[in-house]
Design a protein around this ligand. Sequence first.
Ligand code: 1GP
Length: 246
Amino acid sequence: MQSLYTQIISNRAQGKKCFAVLIDPDATSESALFETIQRCNEAQVDFILVGGSLITNGYFDTCIETIKTNSNIPCIIFPGNTFQISKKADAILLLSLISGRNPELLIGNHVLAAPLLKRSQIEVMSTGYMLIDGGRITSVSYMSNTIPIPADKYAIAASTALAGEMLGMKLIYMDAGSGALSPVPAALIKEVTAQITVPLFVGGGIKTEAQALSACQAGADVIVVGNAVEKDSLLIHRLAAAVHSI
Ligand code: 1GP
């Protein structure tokens, strides 16, 4: 079977944009989870991401199991910390927080997680994870104890992404943080895309079809939305249709 990374690369080569729904196990009830999965299936969402900055309900593994039982959409862990590992998922974004200078999130946690990941046999996609200022302090900037890159500092963002790719990271993920007031600006996405050849995930604060389209047109390959679809699961259809229209 083709790896998910190969699929992402081949989508990128064909100019096909992907839409991913982020499920935070802490922010969903069992009934809401079923509804979200159903909407994702109907809308032919490309990936379901699972993770959160802090999970207090011990529901992580069950949440992934429920997704896998009720959907064929690939389920990718977007880990907020080393506790968020499950062999039930299809893959994990092994995030190195390259926009920050917190050694634990650049390499420390990865050392702890590596043997577990090897045993789990899930696909590991090394990801240069970059926080971009989205107008407010988000859980991820607080929990990671790092300062996001200012949204108008294009050269810093582009050089950071380029360094990530040169270090061998297979993906870049630019995140304004969950619930950001403003998503990553299209102009910044353009500058970053001009520098890198690896696929680009963009998320944080995307609430409308226009915002998703503008991020895709600027060069994002995968659009990730969490908060907005938690509030209105019907938005999944509209966002998926917008992203897939390109
Ligand atoms: C956050 O990129 C994700 O890490 C999604 O953000 O919840 O604001 O959509 P939202």
